[in-house]
Design a protein around this ligand. Structure first.
Ligand code: UTP
Length: 480
């Protein structure tokens, strides 16, 4: 071992001892040189000095947060174009298109999650998510960006957030797909941070392996920190980007670039241009999506698990759910707002705790144990916690069939099968508007599988101008 490494071992050990976490080096002498270096580097990268406060707040003495007593449904720009609550999208579309033509918009995709529920081996963005062509999820989003670039005649740089778990595989995937034709210089990758898992009973950090601290990506909210820390925001500034279009990797129908939404975000009289959101009407009170609410004049998302049944089930006079604005994790975010959230070297978002089963090394035996009940607290930041920090934040309603077909689970709700059905339904709707016959059963369900590439059409109006078949055959799988 070199002197330099010895010194760093000494300093890491000293810091750990001061915090009562020296057990992380319990097996250090058994490790080979590479493993020792990896462990020291990982420990040195953790913000150790903030751990006592995090452990006290989220593990030893966690507080439950009561819902605000003045909670009310957040107002939103409704889908309907006539009647009460109607508004004119044309003016905002023009504003959004102008921003795009001026190169002031960047696309941003958070793809650092672990994708545990889908159980797919590899970054989720490499999962074959489109209904017919089975295009990887990254490719689905890339096609939107390509299509938008050609519509608006400007470059739309794409920032992709990974995590240490999938960074190398993600970059390699883009390289082997030649960055989907977007140009290597216009696709930027950066990894989000991680936070250590903390033993629930002990308040001690856990070892996942003798040479590795158990840690998890710091949540989609970590993206607002990583955008800044990685230099992505500085890169955006150098390109003249003013607003970021934020989508998740798991929604192949996401309109990665939506001029109306971007225009509203940037120029609606009640928007501060800091952070805006899209919502869909909830299907039922128990649907597992967060809802947009308002409290003390601020927009907030209340997670489904935190919304009491009484509120989730409350109805308006017209029979609709009172708290019906479900979050679909699509946002527009001002570049300056991300800078504000990171001002003074302190990141503004709070963390959330989740009790999880985390495999770890038993310090007594040195064996790896897989617990059968939660043994650890994992910490994550949620992106929507930035909303109440805005001066004014607006919400835009959208149609679920048009842009929400998430792939979360291997089976059941929000699975590849349900996503394929929604993608088919949207394509059928657009094709029928263009005069194509689509086979449907008596319940109105499509009897075919359909997909429309954004390269063919980004709107039903554009589809009408394309050469299309007169009808789709029953049982066919058709991509246009
Ligand atoms: P999910 O909440 O669905 O989590 O992420 P997940 O990790 O993908 O999947 P599960 O819960 O383990 O099954 C929603 C979006 O946020 C991103 C995901 O990649 C996805 O696009 N995300 C989530 C991050 O980028 N980082 C995180 O730390 C968590």
């Amino acid at each position: 071992m070199s002197v330099a490494e010895d010194v760093s071992l000494g300093s890491v050990r000293g810091r750990l001892e001061a915090l009562g976490q020296e057990h992380l080096l319990a097996f250090f002498d058994e490790l080979d040189a590479q493993q020792q270096a990896a462990l020291l580097a990982q420990i040195a990268s953790i913000d150790l000095e903030s751990m006592p406060e995090l452990i006290e707040t989220y593990v030893t003495n966690p507080q439950s947060h009561a819902l605000a007593s003045d909670l009310e449904p957040a107002p939103y720009y409704a889908l309907r174009e006539t009647g009460p609550g109607s508004w004119d999208p044309a003016e905002f579309r023009a504003a959004g298109e102008q921003l795009l033509r001026e190169g002031k918009i960047a696309a941003f995709t958070v793809a650092g999650g672990q994708g545990t529920r889908l159980g797919f081996d590899g970054p989720k963005g490499t999962y074959p998510g489109s209904a017919v062509r089975k295009r990887p999820l990254f490719a689905c989003l890339a096609e939107w960006i390509t299509a938008a670039q050609s519509r608006f005649g400007a470059t739309i740089p794409w920032y992709v957030m990974t995590s240490p778990i999938n960074h190398a595989d993600t970059v390699a995937f883009f390289e082997s797909n030649r960055h989907f034709g977007l140009g290597e210089e216009n696709v930027m990758f950066f990894s989000q941070g991680v936070l250590p898992s903390i033993g629930m009973a002990t308040g001690k950090l856990l070892l996942a392996n003798k040479h590795e601290v158990a840690a998890n990506p710091d949540g989609h909210g970590g993206s607002l920190k990583a955008l800044h820390a990685s230099g992505a925001i500085a890169d955006m500034r150098s390109r003249g980007v003013e607003h970021i279009s934020y989508v998740q990797i798991d929604n192949p129908l996401a309109k990665v670039i939506d001029p109306v939404f971007l225009g509203l975000h940037a120029s609606a009289p009640d928007s501060s241009g800091q952070m805006s959101s899209k919502m869909v009407a909830k299907t039922e009170p128990s649907e597992k999506v967060g809802v947009f609410t308002r409290s003390a004049g601020k927009t907030t998302v209340v997670e489904y698990s935190d919304l009491p049944a009484k509120l989730a089930e409350a109805r308006r006079a017209d029979g609709g759910l009172q708290f019906n604005a479900g979050s679909i994790a699509i946002h527009a975010i001002g570049v300056g707002f991300v800078e504000t959230l990171n001002a003074g070297g302190r990141f503004a978002l709070p963390l959330h705790r989740a009790e999880k089963k985390v495999p770890h090394i038993d310090l007594g035996t040195g064996e790896r144990v897989t617990p059968d009940s939660p043994n650890a607290v994992k910490l994550e930041a949620f992106v929507f916690d930035a909303l109440p920090l805005c001066e004014n934040s607006i919400v835009l309603e959208t149609d679920r069939i048009e842009e929400f077909a998430p792939i979360k689970n291997a089976e059941g709700t929000d699975s590849p099968a349900t996503s394929s059905r929604i993608q088919t339904e949207r394509a059928a709707r657009w094709l029928e508007l263009a005069g194509v016959d689509v086979p449907r059963d008596l319940q109105g369900e499509c009897e075919c599988v359909l997909e429309i590439s954004p390269l063919t059409a980004m709107t039903p109006e554009e589809l009408r101008e394309r050469e299309l078949p007169g009808e789709i055959e029953r049982g066919a799988e058709v991509s246009v």
